[in-house]
Ligand binder design. Structure first.
Ligand code: UD1
Ligand code: CA
Length: 446
């Protein structure tokens, strides 16, 4: 950044309003995308800009405090009534008096429902504002109607004069394809006077931020725009737009994983999270879902139809097909978790195999352990959870119920079909099943 680059006085993120076009009680900006709330994606894009303040305009409590708990690095500015985007910015300006009185830098304004925005674009807009010395710069996107973006109205020289919202547009204006992407960089000194000039939209009763463009033009403050790709400024007003955003985000995450050397056998079926971490030479087979907070070590393979969340898979491990690894689990190096196995809050050692149809929960399993098919740690007594410990080199036969709390010591063997309630000492065999009775010459009922 050159010495002359103006400071960023504030970033104002608008995330209040009514979410009229989205069903349900959850505030729109808390809807999740690749595992994180939309608003958290926006804040992540904004943080590297090192603004003096990140002000986030949110609804009043309790919804506002709930949203703010996901973005604790920002300043919570409540907007008491959803009176429109200009009113929301005014709330932010009132909360930080230096913005209204003589700050010499820039203010960046963006929306909390535009979760695909990236730091690079924001930097480009700030640089463009500086380079052109405009008082106001906005991000423009090309989109064919029907779409609900505000249309940019330009004069014969191609300069923007004002923005007309889609719902207020004449048929000619509606047909325009140059749209407001929803990001403004404004010289802070102009901000308060421009907001002051905004009048109520007679149709909606709201104060629209977009009006500041026509007021800037009237005050002969230079306004210009920078074209941005419509994907990064995809606005989420409806559940259908949220689904499109998820698919765009997944494409980005898959590309990033591929570029970093993760082999995705059928990328279009892979679901990743914003924070997925992979070592080298990891392979993900088709239809794998990686939830949040997952780390997968070098050379490990996640086989088809497996789901992993909140877990660490060490190096050279194989998971699945059809495995479910739940939070607080660690799978050790060279271990194998096979089909229809569920692991929850369990630490599995090295070179351990749990290959078929088992549930291992609240457990510590050592190295070189073999757990047969259909083994269940019975961890819950209806009130409390209990722990199962299976030490190194133990062998658990198939179809055992291990009733926790329970310890199977080193090299112990548990006979298939046992229902264990007592610890098995090191090197011992634990058998807990009925003896077989064989009735000779048995006649089946006709
Ligand atoms: C807005 C723009 C439109 C632009 C589009 C880009 C206005 C009036 N319109 O339309 O020109 O093309 O975004 O995506 O600005 N909000 C508040 N308080 C309010 C109202 C809204 O904080 O009182 C917040 C919302 O949470 C949202 C953002 O402002 O994150 C934009 O509001 P929204 O109602 O989604 O505007 P659009 O109709 O999408
Ligand atoms: Ca919107």
């Amino acid at each position: 950044m050159s010495a002359k680059q103006p400071v960023l006085d504030a970033v104002i993120v608008l995330a209040a309003g009514r979410s009229r076009r989205m069903a349900g009680e959850t505030p729109k900006v808390l809807k999740r995308l690749a595992g994180a709330p939309m608003i958290a994606h926006v804040i992540r894009a904004v943080e590297p800009l090192q603004a003096h303040q990140i002000l986030c305009v949110l609804p009043p409590p309790p919804h506002g405090t709930d949203i703010h708990s996901h973005i604790p690095t920002t300043v919570y500015v409540p907007q008491d009534k959803p009176l429109g985007t200009a009113d929301a910015v005014s709330c932010a300006v009132r909360s930080l008096p230096s913005l209204a009185t003589g700050a010499k830098g820039d203010t960046l304004i963006l929306f909390g429902d535009t979760p695909l925005v990236e730091t690079t674009l924001l930097r480009e807009l700030l640089a463009h504002r500086h380079r052109t010395d405009a008082g106001l710069v906005l991000a423009a996107v090309h989109e064919e109607p029907p779409c609900d973006y505000g249309r940019l109205i330009t004069n014969a020289q191609g300069h923007i004069e004002r923005i007309v919202e889609a719902h207020n547009a004449t048929p000619e204006q509606y047909a325009l394809t140059l749209n407001n992407g929803g990001i403004f960089v404004v010289k802070t000194a102009h901000l308060a006077p421009l907001l002051h000039a905004v009048t109520q939209n007679p149709k909606s009763g709201e104060y629209d931020l977009t009006q500041i463009v026509q007021h800037a033009t009237q005050k002969t403050i230079p306004v210009n725009y920078l074209m941005a790709d419509s994907e990064s400024l995809h606005g989420v007003n409806t559940l259908s737009a949220l689904a499109q955003a998820e698919s765009l985000m997944q494409m980005r995450l898959r590309q990033r994983a591929l570029d970093n050397g993760v082999q995705l056998i059928d990328p279009s079926t892979t679901t990743l999270s914003y924070d997925s971490q992979f070592g080298t030479q990891v392979t993900l087979e088709p239809h794998v879902v990686i939830g949040t907070n997952v780390r997968i070590g070098d050379r490990s393979t996640i086989r088809a139809f497996s789901s992993i969340e909140g877990a660490q898979i060490d190096t050279d491990a194989t998971i699945g097909p059809y495995a479910r690894i739940r939070p607080s689990s660690i799978i050790g190096t060279h271990s194998r978790i096979g089909n229809f196995v569920e692991i929850k809050n369990a630490r599995i050692g090295k070179h351990t195999n749990i290959n078929h149809l088992s549930y291992i929960g609240d457990a510590t399993v050592g190295d070189n352990v073999n757990i047969g098919a259909g083994v269940i740690t019975c961890n819950y007594d209806g009130k409390n959870k209990h722990t199962t410990i299976i030490e190194d080199n133990a062998f658990i036969g198939s179809n055992c119920a291990l009733i926790a709390p329970l310890t199977i010591e080193k090299k112990a063997v548990v006979a298939a079909g046992s229902t264990l309630t007592q610890d098995v000492p090191s090197g011992a065999l634990g058998v807990a099943r009925c003896r077989q009775k064989t009735i000779p010459r048995y006649k089946r009922a006709p």
